[in-house]
Design a protein around this ligand. Sequence first.
Ligand SMILES: *Cc1c(COP(=O)(O)O)cnc(C)c1O
Length: 358
Amino acid sequence: MTMTTTARLLNFGPGPAMLPAEVWEEASENLLSFGDSGIGIAELSHRSPEYGAVHADVEDRLRRLLGMGDDWAVLFLTGGASSQAFMVPMNLGTRGDYVVTGVWAKKALAEGKLLGDAHVAASSAETIFDHIPTDCDWRDDADFAHITSNNTIYGTQYHTFPETPSPLVVDASSDILSRPLDMSRFGLIYAGAQKNLGPSGVTVVFIRKALLERTPDTLPTMLRYTTHHEKNSLYNTPPTFPIYMVGLVAKWVENQGGLAAMAEHNAAKAKLIYDAMDASDLYIPHAATTDRSHMNVSWKLADDSLQQAFLDGAKAEGMVGLKGHRSIGGIRASIYNAMPAEGCKRLAEFMADFAARA
Ligand SMILES: *Cc1c(COP(=O)(O)O)cnc(C)c1O
Protein backbone atom coordinates (compact mmCIF):
# COMPACT_ATOMS: atom_id res chain seq x y z
CA MET A 1 0.00 0.00 0.00
CA THR A 2 1.56 3.32 -1.00
CA MET A 3 0.25 6.56 0.38
CA THR A 4 1.70 10.03 0.38
CA THR A 5 3.41 10.67 3.65
CA THR A 6 2.13 14.20 4.30
CA ALA A 7 1.56 14.27 8.03
CA ARG A 8 -2.09 14.29 9.00
CA LEU A 9 -2.99 17.12 11.37
CA LEU A 10 -4.93 16.48 14.54
CA ASN A 11 -8.29 17.66 13.25
CA PHE A 12 -10.58 18.72 16.10
CA GLY A 13 -13.16 20.09 13.63
CA PRO A 14 -16.85 19.38 14.32
CA GLY A 15 -17.74 17.85 10.96
CA PRO A 16 -17.13 16.61 8.40
CA ALA A 17 -14.75 15.18 10.94
CA MET A 18 -11.64 13.03 10.87
CA LEU A 19 -12.08 9.32 10.20
CA PRO A 20 -9.63 6.58 11.22
CA ALA A 21 -6.60 6.33 8.92
CA GLU A 22 -7.16 2.56 8.64
CA VAL A 23 -10.59 3.25 7.18
CA TRP A 24 -9.16 5.55 4.51
CA GLU A 25 -6.42 3.05 3.72
CA GLU A 26 -8.93 0.28 3.08
CA ALA A 27 -11.18 2.65 1.08
CA SER A 28 -8.29 3.87 -1.04
CA GLU A 29 -7.45 0.29 -2.01
CA ASN A 30 -10.94 -0.07 -3.43
CA LEU A 31 -11.33 3.24 -5.23
CA LEU A 32 -10.02 2.07 -8.60
CA SER A 33 -11.20 -1.49 -8.27
CA PHE A 34 -13.48 -2.85 -5.59
CA GLY A 35 -11.77 -6.14 -4.74
CA ASP A 36 -10.98 -7.80 -8.07
CA SER A 37 -14.16 -6.54 -9.75
CA GLY A 38 -12.30 -4.06 -11.98
CA ILE A 39 -14.83 -1.37 -11.07
CA GLY A 40 -14.25 1.25 -8.39
CA ILE A 41 -16.40 1.16 -5.27
CA ALA A 42 -18.07 4.48 -6.13
CA GLU A 43 -18.66 3.34 -9.74
CA LEU A 44 -20.53 0.12 -9.03
CA SER A 45 -24.20 0.04 -9.96
CA HIS A 46 -26.40 0.23 -6.90
CA ARG A 47 -28.18 -2.79 -8.45
CA SER A 48 -24.98 -4.85 -8.80
CA PRO A 49 -24.45 -7.95 -6.65
CA GLU A 50 -21.13 -6.48 -5.43
CA TYR A 51 -22.77 -3.33 -4.13
CA GLY A 52 -25.75 -5.33 -2.86
CA ALA A 53 -23.43 -7.33 -0.63
CA VAL A 54 -21.81 -4.14 0.72
CA HIS A 55 -25.20 -2.57 1.43
CA ALA A 56 -26.41 -5.65 3.33
CA ASP A 57 -23.14 -5.93 5.24
CA VAL A 58 -23.28 -2.30 6.44
CA GLU A 59 -26.80 -2.84 7.74
CA ASP A 60 -25.75 -6.07 9.50
CA ARG A 61 -22.80 -4.40 11.19
CA LEU A 62 -24.94 -1.52 12.49
CA ARG A 63 -27.55 -4.01 13.74
CA ARG A 64 -24.89 -6.06 15.51
CA LEU A 65 -23.16 -3.09 17.11
CA LEU A 66 -26.37 -1.61 18.49
CA GLY A 67 -28.12 -4.90 19.17
CA MET A 68 -31.08 -4.14 16.93
CA GLY A 69 -33.43 -7.05 16.40
CA ASP A 70 -36.05 -7.69 13.75
CA ASP A 71 -38.35 -5.12 15.27
CA TRP A 72 -36.05 -2.39 13.92
CA ALA A 73 -35.71 -1.06 10.37
CA VAL A 74 -32.41 0.47 9.24
CA LEU A 75 -32.67 3.12 6.53
CA PHE A 76 -29.97 4.93 4.54
CA LEU A 77 -31.33 8.30 3.44
CA THR A 78 -30.10 11.60 2.02
CA GLY A 79 -30.87 15.21 2.92
CA GLY A 80 -28.84 15.21 6.11
CA ALA A 81 -30.01 15.06 9.69
CA SER A 82 -31.73 18.36 8.89
CA SER A 83 -34.27 16.56 6.68
CA GLN A 84 -35.24 14.29 9.58
CA ALA A 85 -36.50 17.39 11.36
CA PHE A 86 -39.45 17.35 8.93
CA MET A 87 -39.57 13.66 7.99
CA VAL A 88 -40.17 12.69 11.62
CA PRO A 89 -43.36 14.73 12.08
CA MET A 90 -44.52 14.01 8.52
CA ASN A 91 -44.32 10.27 9.18
CA LEU A 92 -44.97 9.85 12.90
CA GLY A 93 -47.57 12.58 13.42
CA THR A 94 -47.30 16.31 13.95
CA ARG A 95 -47.91 16.49 17.69
CA GLY A 96 -44.28 16.52 18.84
CA ASP A 97 -42.74 17.33 22.21
CA TYR A 98 -39.25 18.84 22.02
CA VAL A 99 -36.46 19.39 24.50
CA VAL A 100 -34.56 22.40 23.22
CA THR A 101 -30.91 21.92 24.12
CA GLY A 102 -29.18 23.73 21.30
CA VAL A 103 -29.17 24.94 17.74
CA TRP A 104 -30.11 21.59 16.17
CA ALA A 105 -32.95 21.02 18.62
CA LYS A 106 -34.21 24.54 17.90
CA LYS A 107 -34.16 23.85 14.18
CA ALA A 108 -36.06 20.58 14.66
CA LEU A 109 -38.65 22.41 16.74
CA ALA A 110 -39.03 25.07 14.02
CA GLU A 111 -39.78 22.38 11.41
CA GLY A 112 -42.23 20.75 13.81
CA LYS A 113 -44.00 24.09 14.18
CA LEU A 114 -44.33 24.48 10.42
CA LEU A 115 -46.08 21.14 10.27
CA GLY A 116 -48.26 21.01 13.34
CA ASP A 117 -48.53 21.17 17.10
CA ALA A 118 -44.93 21.27 18.27
CA HIS A 119 -44.53 21.80 22.00
CA VAL A 120 -41.48 22.78 24.05
CA ALA A 121 -41.26 20.21 26.85
CA ALA A 122 -38.18 21.94 28.27
CA SER A 123 -35.43 24.31 27.16
CA SER A 124 -32.03 25.43 28.38
CA ALA A 125 -31.95 28.44 26.02
CA GLU A 126 -31.97 30.94 28.89
CA THR A 127 -28.57 29.77 30.10
CA ILE A 128 -27.12 29.50 26.58
CA PHE A 129 -27.74 25.75 26.49
CA ASP A 130 -25.24 24.98 29.23
CA HIS A 131 -27.14 21.93 30.55
CA ILE A 132 -29.64 19.19 29.79
CA PRO A 133 -33.00 19.96 31.41
CA THR A 134 -34.39 17.08 33.46
CA ASP A 135 -37.73 18.60 34.40
CA CYS A 136 -39.82 18.14 31.26
CA ASP A 137 -43.46 18.77 30.47
CA TRP A 138 -44.27 15.72 28.32
CA ARG A 139 -47.76 15.38 26.90
CA ASP A 140 -49.46 11.99 27.28
CA ASP A 141 -51.02 12.26 23.84
CA ALA A 142 -48.00 13.48 21.87
CA ASP A 143 -46.97 11.54 18.76
CA PHE A 144 -43.30 11.57 19.73
CA ALA A 145 -40.76 13.16 22.09
CA HIS A 146 -37.67 14.62 20.40
CA ILE A 147 -34.27 15.10 22.02
CA THR A 148 -30.71 15.72 20.80
CA SER A 149 -28.45 13.20 22.52
CA ASN A 150 -25.30 15.26 22.07
CA ASN A 151 -25.23 18.99 21.53
CA THR A 152 -22.38 19.46 19.12
CA ILE A 153 -22.03 23.22 19.57
CA TYR A 154 -22.55 23.60 23.32
CA GLY A 155 -20.81 20.42 24.41
CA THR A 156 -23.59 18.88 26.48
CA GLN A 157 -24.72 15.26 26.29
CA TYR A 158 -27.49 13.11 27.71
CA HIS A 159 -25.82 10.58 30.00
CA THR A 160 -29.20 9.05 30.88
CA PHE A 161 -32.25 9.16 28.65
CA PRO A 162 -35.65 10.43 29.80
CA GLU A 163 -38.74 8.28 30.29
CA THR A 164 -41.35 9.66 27.92
CA PRO A 165 -45.03 8.77 27.42
CA SER A 166 -44.65 8.94 23.62
CA PRO A 167 -41.94 7.24 21.51
CA LEU A 168 -38.53 8.81 22.07
CA VAL A 169 -36.95 10.22 18.88
CA VAL A 170 -33.25 11.04 19.11
CA ASP A 171 -31.03 13.16 16.91
CA ALA A 172 -27.78 11.29 17.58
CA SER A 173 -25.80 12.89 14.76
CA SER A 174 -22.80 13.72 16.90
CA ASP A 175 -22.59 10.69 19.20
CA ILE A 176 -23.94 7.69 17.32
CA LEU A 177 -21.66 4.64 17.77
CA SER A 178 -19.79 6.41 20.57
CA ARG A 179 -21.40 4.26 23.30
CA PRO A 180 -23.84 1.36 23.72
CA LEU A 181 -27.55 2.24 23.60
CA ASP A 182 -30.40 0.33 25.20
CA MET A 183 -32.52 0.27 22.06
CA SER A 184 -35.65 -0.73 24.02
CA ARG A 185 -35.80 2.90 25.17
CA PHE A 186 -36.16 4.45 21.72
CA GLY A 187 -38.68 4.78 18.90
CA LEU A 188 -36.43 6.33 16.26
CA ILE A 189 -32.79 7.40 16.11
CA TYR A 190 -31.29 9.42 13.28
CA ALA A 191 -27.80 10.62 12.51
CA GLY A 192 -26.07 12.46 9.71
CA ALA A 193 -22.91 10.47 9.01
CA GLN A 194 -20.29 13.20 8.93
CA LYS A 195 -19.44 13.42 12.63
CA ASN A 196 -18.95 9.89 13.79
CA LEU A 197 -20.02 7.50 11.03
CA GLY A 198 -18.38 8.40 7.76
CA PRO A 199 -18.19 11.16 5.17
CA SER A 200 -21.17 13.46 4.58
CA GLY A 201 -23.90 12.33 2.22
CA VAL A 202 -25.82 9.65 4.07
CA THR A 203 -28.17 9.86 7.04
CA VAL A 204 -28.94 6.68 8.95
CA VAL A 205 -32.39 6.25 10.44
CA PHE A 206 -33.18 3.44 12.86
CA ILE A 207 -36.93 3.14 13.28
CA ARG A 208 -39.02 0.71 15.24
CA LYS A 209 -41.04 -1.16 12.60
CA ALA A 210 -44.30 -0.67 14.51
CA LEU A 211 -43.95 3.09 13.92
CA LEU A 212 -43.88 2.58 10.15
CA GLU A 213 -47.62 1.93 10.31
CA ARG A 214 -48.15 5.62 11.01
CA THR A 215 -46.79 6.88 7.68
CA PRO A 216 -49.66 8.51 5.72
CA ASP A 217 -49.95 7.28 2.08
CA THR A 218 -50.57 10.86 1.06
CA LEU A 219 -46.92 11.83 1.63
CA PRO A 220 -44.71 12.24 -1.43
CA THR A 221 -42.97 8.94 -2.14
CA MET A 222 -39.44 9.98 -1.21
CA LEU A 223 -40.61 11.42 2.11
CA ARG A 224 -42.22 8.20 3.29
CA TYR A 225 -40.12 6.01 5.60
CA THR A 226 -42.19 3.10 4.29
CA THR A 227 -40.91 3.62 0.72
CA HIS A 228 -37.30 3.28 1.85
CA HIS A 229 -38.08 0.39 4.18
CA GLU A 230 -39.98 -1.60 1.54
CA LYS A 231 -37.22 -1.06 -1.03
CA ASN A 232 -34.37 -1.68 1.43
CA SER A 233 -33.11 1.91 0.94
CA LEU A 234 -32.76 1.19 -2.79
CA TYR A 235 -35.92 2.90 -4.05
CA ASN A 236 -33.69 5.45 -5.79
CA THR A 237 -29.90 5.64 -6.07
CA PRO A 238 -28.61 5.70 -2.50
CA PRO A 239 -25.33 7.46 -1.58
CA THR A 240 -23.37 4.28 -2.25
CA PHE A 241 -19.89 5.52 -1.39
CA PRO A 242 -20.84 7.12 1.96
CA ILE A 243 -22.77 3.94 2.85
CA TYR A 244 -19.70 1.83 2.04
CA MET A 245 -17.63 4.12 4.27
CA VAL A 246 -20.11 3.75 7.14
CA GLY A 247 -19.52 0.01 6.84
CA LEU A 248 -15.76 0.45 7.12
CA VAL A 249 -16.20 2.69 10.16
CA ALA A 250 -18.54 0.13 11.75
CA LYS A 251 -15.97 -2.59 11.09
CA TRP A 252 -13.30 -0.41 12.70
CA VAL A 253 -15.52 0.11 15.76
CA GLU A 254 -16.03 -3.67 16.01
CA ASN A 255 -12.24 -4.11 15.84
CA GLN A 256 -11.80 -1.59 18.66
CA GLY A 257 -13.93 -3.87 20.84
CA GLY A 258 -17.41 -2.56 20.03
CA LEU A 259 -19.48 0.17 21.63
CA ALA A 260 -18.68 -0.53 25.29
CA ALA A 261 -14.97 -0.25 24.53
CA MET A 262 -15.61 2.90 22.47
CA ALA A 263 -17.51 4.47 25.39
CA GLU A 264 -14.70 3.75 27.82
CA HIS A 265 -12.12 5.08 25.39
CA ASN A 266 -14.15 8.24 24.68
CA ALA A 267 -14.72 8.96 28.39
CA ALA A 268 -10.99 8.65 29.08
CA LYS A 269 -10.16 10.92 26.11
CA ALA A 270 -12.65 13.58 27.23
CA LYS A 271 -11.33 13.42 30.81
CA LEU A 272 -7.83 14.40 29.64
CA ILE A 273 -9.20 17.67 28.25
CA TYR A 274 -11.68 18.38 31.05
CA ASP A 275 -8.92 17.82 33.61
CA ALA A 276 -6.69 20.32 31.81
CA MET A 277 -9.58 22.77 31.74
CA ASP A 278 -10.37 22.36 35.43
CA ALA A 279 -6.71 22.74 36.39
CA SER A 280 -6.51 26.39 35.31
CA ASP A 281 -8.64 29.48 35.94
CA LEU A 282 -7.77 30.57 32.43
CA TYR A 283 -10.30 28.08 31.05
CA ILE A 284 -14.02 28.52 31.65
CA PRO A 285 -16.06 25.43 30.78
CA HIS A 286 -19.37 25.99 28.99
CA ALA A 287 -21.26 22.84 29.99
CA ALA A 288 -22.58 22.02 33.47
CA THR A 289 -20.25 19.42 34.99
CA THR A 290 -22.83 16.61 35.05
CA ASP A 291 -23.82 17.09 31.40
CA ARG A 292 -20.36 17.36 29.87
CA SER A 293 -20.12 15.82 26.43
CA HIS A 294 -17.58 13.12 25.62
CA MET A 295 -17.69 14.18 21.96
CA ASN A 296 -17.46 17.99 21.90
CA VAL A 297 -15.68 19.92 24.63
CA SER A 298 -16.51 23.66 24.73
CA TRP A 299 -14.81 26.35 26.77
CA LYS A 300 -13.82 30.00 26.79
CA LEU A 301 -10.63 31.74 27.84
CA ALA A 302 -11.02 33.99 30.88
CA ASP A 303 -9.16 36.61 28.86
CA ASP A 304 -10.82 36.77 25.42
CA SER A 305 -7.84 38.56 23.93
CA LEU A 306 -5.78 35.36 24.31
CA GLN A 307 -8.06 33.28 22.12
CA GLN A 308 -6.26 33.88 18.84
CA ALA A 309 -2.91 33.15 20.47
CA PHE A 310 -4.37 29.88 21.77
CA LEU A 311 -5.63 28.87 18.32
CA ASP A 312 -2.36 29.89 16.65
CA GLY A 313 -0.27 28.06 19.25
CA ALA A 314 -2.33 24.90 18.84
CA LYS A 315 -2.03 25.14 15.07
CA ALA A 316 1.73 25.48 15.31
CA GLU A 317 1.65 22.10 17.09
CA GLY A 318 -0.50 20.49 14.40
CA MET A 319 -3.87 20.85 16.15
CA VAL A 320 -6.60 22.48 14.07
CA GLY A 321 -10.37 22.95 13.96
CA LEU A 322 -10.54 24.25 17.54
CA LYS A 323 -12.40 27.49 16.95
CA GLY A 324 -15.79 27.46 18.71
CA HIS A 325 -19.06 27.79 16.78
CA ARG A 326 -19.94 31.39 15.96
CA SER A 327 -23.03 31.19 18.19
CA ILE A 328 -20.99 30.89 21.41
CA GLY A 329 -17.43 31.67 20.37
CA GLY A 330 -14.58 30.35 22.48
CA ILE A 331 -12.88 27.04 21.83
CA ARG A 332 -14.37 23.67 20.98
CA ALA A 333 -12.55 20.37 20.67
CA SER A 334 -14.51 17.74 18.76
CA ILE A 335 -13.16 14.37 19.80
CA TYR A 336 -15.33 11.80 18.06
CA ASN A 337 -14.46 8.09 17.91
CA ALA A 338 -11.67 8.59 15.39
CA MET A 339 -9.70 11.11 17.47
CA PRO A 340 -6.94 9.07 19.14
CA ALA A 341 -6.26 9.40 22.88
CA GLU A 342 -2.81 10.66 21.92
CA GLY A 343 -4.47 13.68 20.23
CA CYS A 344 -6.43 14.53 23.38
CA LYS A 345 -3.28 14.12 25.45
CA ARG A 346 -1.40 16.53 23.20
CA LEU A 347 -4.18 19.07 23.42
CA ALA A 348 -4.31 18.74 27.23
CA GLU A 349 -0.54 19.25 27.42
CA PHE A 350 -0.77 22.28 25.17
CA MET A 351 -3.54 23.71 27.40
CA ALA A 352 -1.37 23.30 30.50
CA ASP A 353 1.66 24.89 28.81
CA PHE A 354 -0.41 27.75 27.43
CA ALA A 355 -1.98 28.45 30.85
CA ALA A 356 1.46 28.42 32.48
CA ARG A 357 2.74 30.97 29.94
CA ALA A 358 -0.35 33.22 30.00
C1 LIG B 1 -24.39 18.39 12.45
C2 LIG B 1 -25.68 18.14 13.12
C3 LIG B 1 -26.90 18.22 12.44
C4 LIG B 1 -27.01 18.68 11.00
O1 LIG B 1 -26.71 17.64 10.16
P1 LIG B 1 -26.83 17.76 8.56
O2 LIG B 1 -26.48 16.38 8.14
O3 LIG B 1 -25.85 18.81 8.14
O4 LIG B 1 -28.22 18.15 8.21
C5 LIG B 1 -28.05 17.92 13.13
N1 LIG B 1 -28.01 17.56 14.42
C6 LIG B 1 -26.86 17.47 15.12
C7 LIG B 1 -26.88 17.05 16.54
C8 LIG B 1 -25.66 17.76 14.48
O5 LIG B 1 -24.51 17.66 15.17
